[in-house]
Ligand binder design. Sequence first.
Ligand code: ZN
Length: 319
Amino acid sequence: MSNITGLHHVTAIAGPAQENLDFYAGILGMQLVKKSVNQDDPSTYHLFYADGEGHAGSDLTFFPWAHMRRGRDGTGLTNEVSLAVPAGSLAYWNERLTKHDVKIGTQVMRFGERALPFTDVHGLALALVETSDAREFTPWGGSPVPIEHQIRGLHTVRISERNRSHTEQLLEMGMGFKVLAEENGWKRYALGDGGSGRILDVEELPSVARGAWGTGRVHHVAWRVDDDAAELAARTQLHEVGTQTTEVIDRIWFKSVYFSEPGGALFELATVGPGFEIDESADALGTQLILPPWLEPARAEIEKGLPVLAAPAVEAEVK
Ligand code: ZN
């Protein structure tokens, strides 16, 4: 029995923060549940988009580094993030994304699920996947997207590797994944019984060079553990298969442990709690700049260094 129970969040690198906000809150209709700064680089925002309550597993977060070079596709990276939408809603999304000039790909079937690949405003590869799997989800009342079509959370991530067997060993022995299925070169791994938010797809591309971080690329993928004890047990299990990790780091809303999988992609363990309501009330999530306590003394200086963010333009007529 694994201590890891599913996806917790995915963090990616974006371009200018306002464009990021306009895309994720304005076009995709996800709620900005936390507006903070990168704890290692407080001159950069850290923006968190999720469902109406910021459930672990619904959360896509960004470091908007406006001047970073673009990332490069390749192996050792998480190359696509897919988001769960209710069965039957891709027609709505196709129309909405097209209307907002979003670059969309061809609708495809993946492991029996209908998927619509598209690219965000800064080049991040995403896909919307229709699913009827049960998920924890609270609608966001302020979303420009009707509740029946709103994004339910993270569905899966897709990783490319030069040598899948090394990664597979960590996934199975160190993290508790099982192989679920194989299709078109992709192997699907699952935690527990699988289902939306508990799956990972890996392809092997032996002759493709290592990709590079940059704008429009995933920074890391965080996996959910229920509590502190489960996190420590999961960390011990990683050590037992020879994977080095960081100590537990307090991220205020969750506690984190970081490690790299053998191919090079950065992973994290993150606890479900305490959650985003520890420092903002449920009805005020994402409305103010929240700093960790040790950065509060520098608030005035930090605020001066961050671009002012306006509310995204919301198109009421698409409701
Ligand atoms: Zn993280």
